[in-house]
Design a protein around this ligand. Structure first.
Ligand code: BV8
Ligand code: ZN
Length: 245
């Protein structure tokens, strides 16, 4: 680990191609429950058992109750200084991509535009019958909701365990990982594949890898610099936007 904050600020200042990978930890300071944190549990059910096609096939109403609960929680959350710093740095770096595992939409709300939502969005619904997809921010009166076109079951526009990632965001991420000079990994435990392998892809290609996470993770060992702090504090400091007084 060679890079202190000033060293990494220098790397950022001269960087022409930056990729950032984020996870639930980046939204923690906004009040969004992390996946593995104690506050992420719903009815004491492990999220991993609900975010699957099998759970939806078995009980679509229960799965929708969980997603409606999460939408209601997230609707009350606002982007934090970590989201804001990432939205701001996007304009300063010619070649930039924010790859997020988060389905909460807070990066876009903060103003980020170069975003690859590799696990989808909780604000999108897709018909399991005809495939029609649209953004829907309001709560559904009746669960599970039905498609107005074909009457099929609507499902959340997220990627469930055992499902492939959406080709567009996934290939954009892989292309960026294969050319970026630097990868910042913020707020992820790096447990869920294929995103858990992204830092290794960038590192093998010679990119500098920086981690922002209060805790050690499965990718800490390959990082050129690690910042054991909250992304709401560290990211503004890294990108030269000191946290507003
Ligand atoms: C796939 C959307 C091909 C849904 C999500 C066995 C071995 C290896 C892999 C597998 C296996 N069995 C199955 C697999 C594949 C599986 C997988 O990886 N499973 C894991 C659990 C072992 N992956 C898949 O199924 C993927 N698809 O592989 O397709 C395929 C197809 C068929 C069969 C085989 C393969 C699809 C994965 C996507 C699933 N969908 N979300 C929804 O949200 O409802 S994943 C979901 O969980 C999130 O999107 C995210 O990716 C993950 C949670 O991880 P994190 O975001 O990192 O959050 P976490 O809570 O874990 O950690 C938070 C971190 O933040 C912590 O480190 C903490 O310290 C830190 N933190 C806290 N506060 C702060 C902070 N950091 C900074 N600041 C703070 N303030
Ligand atoms: Zn339909």
């Amino acid at each position: 680990m060679t890079g202190g904050i000033n060293t990494v600020r220098g790397w950022v200042r001269t960087c022409r191609s930056l990729c950032v990978l984020t996870g639930a930890g980046v939204s923690a300071e906004s009040g969004v429950p992390t996946f593995r944190g104690p506050e992420g549990l719903w009815k004491m059910r492990d999220p991993m058992t609900l975010a699957t096609p099998e759970a939806f096939a078995a009980d679509p109403r229960e799965v929708w109750e969980w997603y409606q609960w999460r939408r209601q929680r997230i609707r009350g959350c606002a982007p934090n200084p970590g989201h804001a710093a990432l939205a701001a740095v996007e304009a300063a770096i010619p070649d930039f991509l924010l790859v997020t595992q988060n389905v909460d939409g807070l990066h876009r709300l903060a103003g980020s535009r170069q975003v690859a939502e590799i696990h989808g969005s909780i604000w999108v619904v897709r018909c399991a019958g005809c495939g029609a997809e649209r953004e829907e921010r309001d709560d559904f009166a009746d669960l599970p909701p039905r498609c107005t076109a074909c009457g099929g079951l609507l499902r959340p526009g997220v990627v469930w365990f055992g499902e492939m990632l959406p080709p567009g965001p996934s290939s954009a991420a892989m292309e960026m990982l294969s050319r970026c000079e630097m990868l910042i990994v913020a707020g992820t435990s790096a447990v869920v594949a294929p995103a858990s392998g992204y830092a290794g892809v960038a590192k093998r290609r010679g990119a500098r890898v920086i981690e922002v996470n209060p805790d050690e993770t499965l990718v800490s060992a390959i990082c050129d610099a690690t910042f054991r702090g909250k992304s709401g504090d560290v990211l503004p400091a890294l990108f030269g936007h000191p946290k507003s007084a």
